[in-house]
Design a protein around this ligand. Structure first.
Ligand SMILES: *Cc1c(COP(=O)(O)O)cnc(C)c1O
Length: 393
């Protein structure tokens, strides 16, 4: 079934205000999602925060089941978090690193994850090995294989869809190799969840982190973590509280037996309900249909951009997604973004794909290393894509 674009646009109030090609940063949420958030806040206002949560208890539990369905997991394997970074870090900081072991990452690993890994490397005397890209720009599977065979690998951490370069990494292939080597596989799915079908069984990941506000179209400040039941006992949260533990009598406690050991007690119930609504919304549309439309619009955009004099498209990879990166000769990416913003066309800037891993150490990027990132979603239209290209012309 394909997506009824008119219908989803009618449910997306923001399309009346802006041409939003910034879905990789934060999508326009559908009306039903924001109505869920605001509706719950109103109940908190009317009857009290805990009382409103009790009233919504079943729906709050349902958020776990919805996320589990979205990625082919069990509800006990899901934890909720306030950001994708925190979800990812909650699991990784809980890993029992053996000093001297190695962590393998890709060149386009999310910069925030790399910073966390560096802290862990310093603390645990780890070596971070950055795998090269293959000639298509995706993680080099042959080098991965060699490094796995070399041994002493604690973990492989991969970003499924890098922030900027348009490609989808061959995560299932990485998962297969990690499983064969008996190595923990941590997948950052913050940019892939919501724009394509994900299944943790076929991806072969032990840990997966996703965020709510990007392609899932959830509210800000929402995210989730998947932990495969079989590895849960190996991961002890770096921080514990009354929610992540159970009392054992005589003042003792033990860590919870499900993925919620990585949660903390206090949270935005409204945000969680909104996230659940966003997941249900995506499931109702069908992630296959979502991906088909997203890839179609992104291909249209790449094609039209390539025909504009002075414009270079930087995307790489074999399998492409809704992220499109480009630069305009002689014009700074930030300048383009702000001029597009004057016309209510939303895009963002991102580091040049080939500069990503190299710029991680300094974290400072010069203007010439930046590209424009336009990211489409299924509710965007061919006309909106043409509006962007027309402006650039
Ligand atoms: C946005 C993003 C994150 C972090 O998610 P937050 O919710 O902003 O913490 C991690 N990885 C990738 C690839 C991202 O694009």
């Amino acid at each position: 079934m394909s997506i009824d674009v008119e219908a989803v646009r009618r449910q997306t109030r923001g399309v009346l205000c802006v041409t939003h090609l910034n879905n990789a940063r934060s999508s326009l949420a559908p009306g039903p999602v924001m109505d869920t958030v605001v509706g719950h806040l109103r109940r908190e206002e009317q009857i009290g925060g805990y009382e409103a949560a009790e009233e919504a208890a079943e729906r709050l539990e349902g958020v776990y089941s919805s996320l589990a369905r979205l990625i082919g997991a069990g509800p006990d394997e899901i934890a909720l978090a306030e950001s994708g970074s925190r979800a990812w870090a909650a699991a990784v900081y809980g890993f029992p690193f053996v000093p001297g072991s190695r962590v393998l990452i890709g060149r386009s690993e999310y910069a925030g994850n790399v910073i966390a890994l560096r802290q862990l490397a310093r603390r645990n005397d780890l070596q971070i090995v950055v795998l090269d890209d293959d000639r298509y720009g995706q993680v080099d599977l042959e080098q991965l294989q060699r490094e796995l065979e070399r041994g002493h690998v604690a973990m492989v951490a991969l970003t499924h869809v890098p922030m900027a370069n348009g490609l989808v990494n061959p995560a299932a292939e990485v998962g297969r190799r990690c499983r064969a080597a008996g190595v923990m596989f941590v997948l950052d799915a913050c940019q892939s969840v919501g724009q394509m079908p994900l299944d943790v069984q076929s991806l072969g990941c032990d840990v997966l982190a996703g965020t709510g506000r990007k392609f899932l179209r959830g509210p800000r400040g929402t995210a989730f973590l998947y932990i495969r039941a079989a590895v849960l006992e190996r991961l002890e949260p770096a921080m514990l509280d009354g929610h992540s533990t159970v009392p054992t009598g005589a003042g003792g406690f033990e860590v919870r037996g499900d993925a919620r050991r990585f949660e903390s007690w206090e949270t935005s119930a409204a945000g969680r309900l909104g996230l659940g609504r966003a997941v249900d919304y995506a499931l109702a549309l069908g992630l296959d249909a979502v991906q088909e439309r997203v890839v179609g619009l992104a291909d249209q955009l790449r094609g039209e951009l390539a025909a504009v004099p002075g414009v270079t498209v930087h995307d790489r990879g074999i399998t492409r997604c809704g992220i499109v990166t480009f630069s305009v000769k002689g014009t700074d990416a930030r300048n383009i973004r702000s001029r597009l913003a004057e016309h209510r066309i939303n895009v963002s800037v991102a580091p040049l794909p080939s500069a990503q891993a190299d710029s991680i150490p300094t974290g400072t990027r010069q203007g010439e290393d930046l590209v424009v990132r336009a990211s489409v979603h299924y509710y965007n239209t061919e006309t909106e894509v043409q509006r962007l290209v027309g402006f650039l012309r």
